[in-house]
Ligand binder design. Structure first.
Ligand code: TMP
Length: 204
């Protein structure tokens, strides 16, 4: 069985966390060995970088370097070995988040991000990306009801609309890889879409 790499994306408050465990379970019940992980994070080093990333003030270049440093360690220690064993890696965020947050959100140089992407990942790309999409205003209301904000989550509605547009641009550039999920719907309807994508575009 060849390994597969699934990533989950969307602005903060899109509700992706509510579905990730169910998604992993869906795959497990169909006989797949699943590694559930996240970015930034997924290794002890990358989790340490995540703490710095979420709580220290820094500029966009430092943000980009930190997330790619974490990604390098994560790819080397977790993602590539799991794929080589034929497992399914389900990762909560990956490089599309860097293009959306640092690129579109912060206005950081996309060509430089593309160079870092190439440098860190070589040809590795997700096989499938589930993009939980909803308006920034709805996501902000959900976040306010759910949790204390970290450094990124304190950003403005304008910032999150730019991040959302950044995801839309990535999706338009890779339509075979991306599946857009309408995350503004009630939770059951969102799951139905996820299950449908898994059934049609993954493997039963
Ligand atoms: P999470 O709370 O969904 O785990 O994501 C952590 C935060 O980090 C979230 O606000 C998005 C942000 N982020 C980036 O800005 N760039 C990246 O490359 C990644 C992976 C996450």
């Amino acid at each position: 069985m060849r390994g597969r790499f699934i990533t989950i994306e969307g602005i903060d408050g899109a509700g992706k966390s509510s579905h990730i465990e169910a998604l992993a379970q869906w795959l497990r019940t169909r006989g797949h060995a699943v590694v559930l992980t996240r970015e930034p994070g997924g290794t002890p080093l990358a989790e340490s970088l995540r703490e710095l990333f979420l709580h220290q003030e820094m500029d966009a270049l430092t943000e980009a370097l930190l997330v790619f440093a974490a990604r390098r360690d994560h790819l080397r220690c977790v993602i590539e070995p799991a794929l080589a064993r034929g497992q399914v890696v389900v990762c909560d965020r990956f490089t599309d988040a860097t293009f959306a947050y640092q690129g579109a959100g912060r206005g950081f140089d996309l060509a430089l991000l593309a160079q870092l992407e190439q440098w860190v990942q070589q040809s590795r790309q997700p096989d499938l990306t589930l993009w939980f999409d909803l308006p920034a205003e709805v996501a902000a209301q959900r976040r306010a009801a759910a949790r204390d904000a970290d450094r990124l989550e304190r950003e403005t509605l304008d910032f999150f609309e730019r991040v959302r547009a950044g995801y839309a641009a990535r999706a338009a550039a890779a339509p075979q890889r991306f599946a857009r999920i309408d995350a503004g719907l009630p939770i059951d309807a969102v799951w139905q879409q996820v299950a449908q994508v898994l059934a049609s575009r993954v493997w039963t």
